[in-house]
Design a protein around this ligand. Structure first.
Ligand SMILES: Cc1cc2nc3c(=O)[nH]c(=O)nc-3n(C[C@H](O)[C@H](O)[C@H](O)COP(=O)(O)O)c2cc1C
Length: 192
């Protein structure tokens, strides 16, 4: 197998191109973030890396809070639009026909159209270069009840989650495994 070697690059893929809401119900903004992930389970911690030139940067720095809203294929146009237009001169929420809902966990509204929203409180801002990393604790989760079954289990397969890889958007493909399945013992069937 032959490899071609390049300099270091931001080529981790796929990532979720999340819609981040910030501000308050009266003065909300939304923008797209691809540089995000989970970095601790307990306490649940995440990060978003944001260029200081973004309109949202100062809003989040001042309030110390933001909401990560998971994107779906139905939201792909909004994901792109919110990532190429600024809240400085565009009301992106109205322009995209999006709806906000109050959160139980703080002042930042969440995106009604998103299947899962994570309410985040900033713990540290780390300048890295082009982007500053907002490290944050996830203090609350809101899930669309359509995807929560009678046993309280969240099933995201039907929500149509969106992925971003090397400048392009993709719908998730078919399920091909589940956590730990490679070492799971096969269920025994009672043969008489
Ligand atoms: C798919 C995609 C991913 C993006 N990821 C990031 C990111 O991780 N960090 C960032 O600062 N900007 C990112 N952007 C760019 C911002 O979303 C964009 O500059 C936006 O207009 C900022 O909005 P604002 O000025 O209202 O804050 C991304 C854009 C797109 C389309």
């Amino acid at each position: 197998m032959e490899k071609i070697f390049w300099n270091g690059s931001a080529l981790l893929a796929p990532v979720p191109p999340v819609l981040v809401t910030c501000g308050t119900a009266e003065q909300a903004n939304i923008f797209t973030v691809g540089w995000t992930g989970i970095c601790c389970t307990h306490p649940p911690m995440t990060y978003i890396s944001v260029r200081p030139t973004r309109f949202s940067y100062e809003i989040i720095r001042k309030s110390g809070e933001f909401v990560i809203n998971l994107p779906t294929t139905a939201l792909v146009k909004a994901v792109d639009f919110c990532g190429v237009r600024s809240g400085r001169n565009t009301d992106k929420i109205t322009a995209c026909g999006l709806h906000l809902l109050p959160s139980e966990h703080g002042d930042v509204p969440l995106l009604a159209e998103s299947p899962v929203s994570l309410y985040c409180r900033v713990t540290e801002i780390k300048p890295l270069g082009t982007h500053d990393m907002f490290l944050a604790e996830i203090i609350g989760t809101a899930a669309d009840s359509r995807y929560v079954d009678s046993k309280g289990k969240l099933n995201l397969q039907q929500s149509g989650l969106l992925a971003y890889a090397h400048g392009e958007y993709f719908a998730l493909g078919r399920k091909c495994g589940a956590f730990g399945y490679s070492v799971q013992k096969k269920k025994r069937t009672n043969k008489k």
